[in-house]
Ligand binder design. Structure first.
Ligand code: GDP
Length: 308
């Protein structure tokens, strides 16, 4: 209200995390358009599990658009340990980060039915808490569209990595974990231990590529139906190949071993980027090895400040 036509004020929650930082960089490097105002907030600005703080934040910023990235996240091993917390945290965020005057939001048969058709099959047992919570975002988006006409949508990225990731070995994802482990192995002259068999397969997406895609979704994608943001199926790599890319990028010449007492997690979760490709047939993803190299260089150069 009262804003010049076309003015967009974009609130980004989780603005200091892996994807938030990448969006900041892409915007700062020139992707922002005239008439767009970007506001990045983190947990320091408001606790989004608190309804009053969430409301106050929205009243203060008055966004026209929201990219909601704030979440409790972690790699396979943190998910296995804290399924309940992942469920509860996401459940509360979903409930609270939405418009605050709603009453009795009933998800009707149609919504449940379409959700059923999409969310067929249970998630992998290692991360069911996180996965069910995430699925409910889509259920809720459909309900908001049906009942209030809101075009909220969900994006579904595959495994994200890049600068500003959480490089904590116990809690983080595989690539930042391996980068940190190689760094330590190099300085102590010990072996690199890869967890599991190295055979599971993943599609990795570089945070800066994902940031460009987020901005495209914000401006151009008007479906409520979620969209998978991923490299192609042909670009899926094994954990062993991912470890080799890190070893090469870090110039590590020591021994590489596999600890098969550790979980492999889900063997693969191959996702199609066919829908993305029908919209953006020419989008260029950063080649995996180059993106790994840039992330390793960032970690080495920012070792002191990196989350680890
Ligand atoms: P996921 O894709 O949700 O399973 O999450 P991760 O990014 O944590 O990837 C887990 C896969 O990488 C599993 O197959 C693990 O066995 C394997 N892996 C190998 N080394 C590591 C490591 O140092 N940290 C993590 N998180 N996973 C590792």
């Amino acid at each position: 209200m009262g804003e010049p036509q076309g003015h967009m004020k974009i609130l980004v929650t989780g603005g200091s995390g892996l994807v938030g930082r990448a969006i900041q960089k892409v915007v700062a490097d020139g992707a922002g358009l005239p008439g767009e105002e970007w506001v990045f907030v983190s947990s320091k600005d408001a606790d989004l599990t608190d309804a009053a703080q969430t409301k106050a934040l929205f009243q203060k910023i008055q966004p026209t658009h929201v990219i909601h990235l704030a979440a409790m996240v972690g790699g396979l091993f943190r998910n296995i340990k804290y399924n309940l917390d992942f469920w509860a945290y996401h459940g509360s965020l979903i409930a609270l980060a939405l418009p605050l005057q709603r009453k009795n939001v009933h998800i009707n048969d149609n919504v449940l039915h379409s959700a059923f058709e999409i969310h067929n099959g249970p998630p992998h047992s290692s991360n069911f808490g996180y996965s069910y919570a995430k699925r409910m975002i889509d259920v809720q988006n459909r309900a908001y569209f049906q009942q209030h006409g809101c075009t909220f949508t969900a994006v579904i990225p595959t495994n994200v990595f890049g600068p500003y990731d959480n490089f904590n070995i116990e809690d983080g994802h595989v690539l930042p974990g391996l980068i940190h482990k190689v760094h330590l192995a190099k300085s102590s002259g010990s072996a690199l231990t890869v967890w599991g068999t190295g055979k599971p397969r993943r599609q990795f997406i570089y945070s800066l590529d994902l940031a460009r895609l987020f901005i495209w979704v914000l401006r151009e994608y008007s479906e409520v139906e979620p969209i998978i943001l991923s490299v192609g199926e042909e670009d899926e790599v094994s954990i062993k190949e991912a470890a080799e890319a890190v070893v090469e990028a870090m110039g590590f010449h020591g021994e590489v071993t596999f600890d098969t007492t550790k979980s492999d997690g889900q063997f693969k979760k191959t996702a199609s980027n066919g829908k993305l490709r029908t919209y953006l047939p020419n989008f260029q993803f950063t080649p995996f090895k180059q993106a790994v190299k840039e992330t390793c260089t960032w970690f080495t150069n920012n070792y002191e400040q990196a989350r680890k």
